[in-house]
Design a protein around this ligand. Structure first.
Ligand code: UGA
Length: 295
C-alpha cells in the first residue's frame, strides 16, 4: 500500500527537488574539526560564495508545502478513515464475539460493557443525582449523607439543628456537591431535586417529650410539606419511620402486616402517633398523588 501510494505523481517527489541544489557531501569528523578551528576560518573573500550555495528557504506557503510533501495529507486522511471505521464497527465486533446468541445485536449494548451500575458507558456519565436529606445533620442522616456523596450524588441537607450538629457534616462543606441549609421542615421549602430523604424529627424520648406539640407538628406538617414538594417536582420520597409505630407490641418481632398495640394519648404519643400519621400521609400521597415512596 505504501509503495502504491508513494508512486502517485501529482505531488512533487522530495527526494530530489528540482529547484534545490543537491546537499553537500558529508564531511568526516576530522574535516568538521578543521572547519571549526579558528585557524582554518574561511577568508572574507570566500564568504559571499558560501552564502549563495545555501539552500533556498521555503516560501510563504510553507505549511501547505509541508502538508503536501511525501503524501502526508493522504496519510492523515487514511489514519482518520481507519480510526472512524474501527469505532463504527466496534459494536458489531463486540456483539459477534458474545457467547450468548441473544447478545448479538447490531445495537451496542452499553450496559453490558459498562462498569457503572446504572449501565452508563464510561465517559458518558449522567449529571449527579440531586438529593435532599432533611435531618441530615443528625446521627443517621449524616452517615446517609456520607454514603450519598461517596456514590456521586449531589446533596442538600435541610436541618434546624434541634438535635443535629453542623460538625457531623462539616467535612463536606468544601465539597461542591454539598449544601447545608438551616431550615425547619414545618415551613414549606421549594427545591429542585430527584430524591427526598425525610429524616427530620427529634428521635430520643428526652428530645421529643421536650416540646411534644412541636414534635407532632414536625411529623405531620414537616412530612406534609416534603410530600407536597415530592409530588410537585416528581421526586422519589423516603420516610424514616420507627418501630414505635407498633406502640407496646404484642408480637415480636413485628411483621409489616402487624398493626400494633398503640396508645394515642400517652406522653410518647407525639412521636409514635406522629410517625404513624407520617406513614399514613406517605401512603396517601403514593396512592392519590402517584408519588414513588419508601417507608
Ligand atoms: O429511627 C429513628 O429512631 C430515628 O432515626 C433518625 O434519627 P437519629 O439520627 O437517631 O436522631 P438525631 O441525631 O436526633 O437526628 C434527627 C435530625 O433531625 C433534625 N431535626 C429535628 C427536629 C426538627 O424539627 N427538625 C430537624 O431538622 C435534628 O436537628 C437532627 O439533625 C431519623 O432522623 C428519625 O427520623 C428516626 O425517627
Amino acid at each position: 500500500l505504501l509503495a502504491h501510494l508513494s508512486s502517485f505523481s501529482w505531488l512533487p517527489h522530495t527526494s530530489n527537488p528540482p529547484h534545490q541544489t543537491p546537499p553537500p557531501p558529508r564531511r568526516s569528523p576530522d574535516m568538521k574539526q578543521l572547519h571549526k578551528s579558528p585557524t582554518h576560518a574561511p577568508s572574507p573573500a570566500h564568504a559571499p560564495a558560501s552564502k549563495i550555495s545555501k539552500p533556498a528557504r521555503p516560501g510563504p506557503r510553507t505549511w501547505v508545502g509541508y502538508l503536501l510533501r511525501e503524501q502526508r495529507l493522504l496519510f492523515v486522511l487514511l489514519g482518520a478513515l481507519i480510526a472512524t471505521s474501527f469505532f463504527l464497527l466496534r459494536p458489531y465486533l463486540f456483539s459477534l464475539s458474545a457467547s450468548n446468541p441473544t447478545e448479538r445485536s447490531p445495537i451496542f449494548n452499553f450496559a453490558a460493557h459498562s462498569s457503572d451500575p446504572r449501565g452508563v458507558p464510561a465517559g458518558f456519565r449522567p449529571p449527579p443525582r440531586r438529593v435532599v436529606v432533611t435531618g441530615g445533620a443528625g446521627f443517621v442522616g449524616s452517615h446517609l449523607v456520607d454514603r450519598l456523596l461517596e456514590q456521586g450524588d449531589s446533596v442538600i441537607v435541610v436541618d434546624n439543628f434541634f438535635t443535629g450538629r453542623k460538625e457531623n457534616v462539616a467535612h463536606h462543606l468544601r465539597n461542591p456537591r454539598f449544601e447545608l441549609l438551616r431550615h425547619d421542615v414545618v415551613e414549606p421549602i421549594l427545591l429542585e431535586v430527584d430524591r427526598i430523604y425525610h429524616l427530620a424529627c427529634p428521635a430520643s424520648p428526652v428530645h421529643y417529650k421536650y416540646n411534644p406539640i412541636k414534635t407532632i407538628k414536625t411529623n405531620v406538617m414537616g412530612t406534609l410539606n416534603m410530600l407536597g414538594l415530592a409530588k410537585r417536582i416528581g421526586a422519589r420520597f423516603l420516610l424514616t419511620s420507627t418501630s414505635e409505630v407498633y406502640g407496646d407490641p404484642l408480637e415480636h418481632p413485628q411483621k409489616e402486616t402487624y398493626w400494633g398495640h398503640v396508645n394515642p394519648i400517652g406522653v410518647r404519643s407525639c412521636y409514635d402517633e406522629g410517625k404513624r400519621t407520617a406513614e399514613t400521609l406517605t401512603m396517601d400521597y403514593h396512592r392519590g398523588g402517584g408519588v414513588a415512596v419508601i417507608i
